[in-house]
Write a new protein. Structure first.
Length: 584
């Protein structure tokens, strides 16, 4: 039956599993069965390092089997629904109801409706209170759990922070209590109360929230004995000793990041005030260069990949970069393996990395000025040296780089037309610089996103620009930047609008997410699927004003995510926020 279906869909290799290095465990013999779900297509999920890490950790436990489930493309969904078949795991083609725990990786707020779609296709009730002991537990981790409230109704609990350590504690507790839970001798509520004792685990049903007449949170408190008042984010303390998936799964089809991704550091030494990832992965931890080299050799020997990328939030700040890249190039020189680097700061390349960057794979250079003026960069805390930057542009072009990409943001605090003019001016100066060099770049790619003042950042108290203001700014830049060799890309402003609401929202939004899903919303991160009308209709049905979540906030207000301790004191964030206000 499955083979017949696969013959009718696009890219059937998304659904067959059997990749090189896949885990091969007997599903029926495993005491604990864990479904690892990624709420988007296979090509994106298999590019996610966190998913690979949890997959490897769980399958290393003798009595546990972990199998993957990804969102199905629409053609596959239609066939499964028409045949009254459920979504299934890649490794053993098992249905969701056959697992003990369903764990979702939440990397984007725009994936929330895909979570509901996967549950529905697996015949799992969407809301936690509708699921008793006969159903799997539904849990989630990932960056979005820094504010899990907008989807609190759907999950039994969340893992806040990095999951490598708590997932082992979760499995140990479940192993101890499974028999009693599944036989209904232990209630689900009692089991969840046990889970909330694990540091970093947040069980939303154990808390209650009260709002004042203006819609702000008046009180957030535990309603169960033993539930912690604040949830402390987990992080790996010994990064060098942490698990890395050297048994790298090699897909049969090309995925988004079709290479070995080697994490060399976690956390960030910089203090960009808009960056939530810094809070997510705080504190800064560095992997020893000898360890990195050994992992690179080992992973390469198990895969044969011809491309290796060094990953981290700001890899140019890795203190041993010169030594590491030199050693990697030396080892892989005769093996035709390319070493690629993500976005670097110009001043880093001008320095000791310049000769090494000339040797790595010429995939293009990426820079993130974020704003066109020094004033706005100071407000958002972005370190960008224009003088060093233009030296790098010349240097890079002469050493063979043909593509240059830049990231900017609009909708920044106190932004004016002259700040937008500066983006256009900087873009033209870049093009002129490239034109002056014989080995010209083919194009300049400019990507412009809308600022979302995310939780746990110093900018979280600022308001977010509304859709009409962003439309005006996009049109203004389009009129200013007119050149065939400049490719200008704007992120969909309506998608940013919904992402902003969901990232800054409270638990009242669970009703909105459910309503939007019932109205057909799914694959909201994909422009060709995203339907703003489904969301607008959902807000109206739930009688919730979406703009409420985009307004400015007071530093004295209790924010929906303030119960989470990220390891950075709130007073520190307030100090940084005040600094940004004082910049003229």
């Amino acid at each position: 039956m499955l083979e017949d279906i696969l013959l009718q869909v696009n890219k059937p290799a998304r659904y067959i599993g059997q990749e090189w290095n896949v885990s091969r465990k007997d599903f029926d013999k495993a005491y604990i069965k864990f479904a690892l779900c990624f709420p988007d297509l296979y090509e994106l999920g298999m590019s996610n390092l966190g998913l690979r890490i949890i997959y490897g950790i769980l399958n290393a436990i003798p009595d546990v089997t972990c199998e993957r489930i990804f969102s199905c493309q629409q053609d596959m969904q239609d066939l499964l629904r028409a045949g009254n078949l459920g979504i299934f795991s890649l490794e053993s083609q098992k249905r969701l109801r056959e697992f003990d725990i369903i764990g979702f990786s939440l990397g984007s707020e725009l994936d929330y409706t895909n979570v509901l779609n996967i549950l529905e296709m697996g015949s799992i009730p969407l809301e936690s209170h509708l699921r008793d002991h006969s159903y799997p537990l539904v849990i989630a981790g990932g960056p979005c759990t820094l504010n899990p409230e907008p989807v609190h109704d759907f999950f039994d609990f969340f893992v806040i922070g990095e999951a490598e350590d708590p997932i082992l504690e979760i499995i140990e507790l479940y192993r101890r209590e499974k028999a009693k839970f599944k036989s209904a001798k232990l209630t689900k509520q009692d089991l969840l109360t046990m889970f909330c004792q694990i540091e970093g685990v947040y069980v939303p049903s154990l808390y209650e929230v009260k709002y004042n007449s203006k819609g702000a949170i008046e009180e957030f408190r535990p309603k169960a004995e033993g539930a912690p008042v604040r949830i402390k984010k987990r992080f790996v303390k010994d990064f060098d000793a942490s698990y890395f998936p050297s048994d790298w799964l090699v897909p049969y089809i090309q995925i988004v990041h079709d290479r070995i991704t080697l994490e060399i550091m976690r956390g960030c030494p910089n203090s960009c005030r808009f960056c939530q990832a810094r809070s997510q992965y705080h504190p800064l931890r560095i992997r020893n260069p000898d360890n990195v080299l050994n992992l690179a050799r080992d992973t390469y020997s198990r895969t044969g990949y011809e491309d290796l990328s060094l990953a981290g939030l700001s890899v140019g700040d890795y203190p041993h970069m010169g030594i590491l890249v030199s050693d990697l190039l030396k080892f892989f020189k005769e093996k035709a393996v390319g070493i690629s680097l993500p976005s670097l700061k110009a001043k880093q390349i001008v320095g000791h990395l310049s000769s090494l960057v000339a040797c790595v794979k010429k995939t293009g250079l990426t820079f993130a000025p974020e704003a066109g003026t020094v004033r706005l960069r100071n407000i958002i805390g972005k370190d960008f040296d224009e003088e060093a930057f233009f030296k790098v542009i010349e240097q890079a072009s002469l050493t063979g780089y043909r593509h240059v990409k830049f990231y900017f943001m609009i909708g920044l605090p106190t932004e004016e037309d002259k700040d937008l003019d500066a983006i256009a001016d900087l873009t033209m100066r870049i093009l002129e610089s490239l034109n002056s060099i014989k080995n010209k770049a083919r194009y300049v790619n400019i990507s412009i996103n809308t600022l979302i003042p995310k939780p746990h950042t110093p900018l979280q108290w600022f308001g977010m620009a509304d859709v009409e203001k962003i439309k005006d700014k996009q049109n203004y830049l389009t009129s200013k930047i007119r050149n065939k060799r400049i490719i200008l890309n704007f992120h969909n402003r309506y998608m940013s609008f919904i992402e902003g609401i969901l990232s800054r929202g409270d638990r009242r939004l669970s009703r909105v997410v459910l309503s939007a899903f019932k109205r057909g919303a799914k694959f909201d991160a994909w422009g060709n699927y995203f339907a703003i009308n489904s969301w607008i209709g959902a807000f109206k049905e739930c009688d919730i004003e979406p703009e409420f979540y985009l307004k400015e906030r007071s530093t004295h207000e209790f924010l929906p995510w303030d119960f989470i301790d990220i390891g950075i004191d709130k007073e520190t964030l307030i100090q940084e926020f005040n600094k940004s206000i004082d910049i003229k």
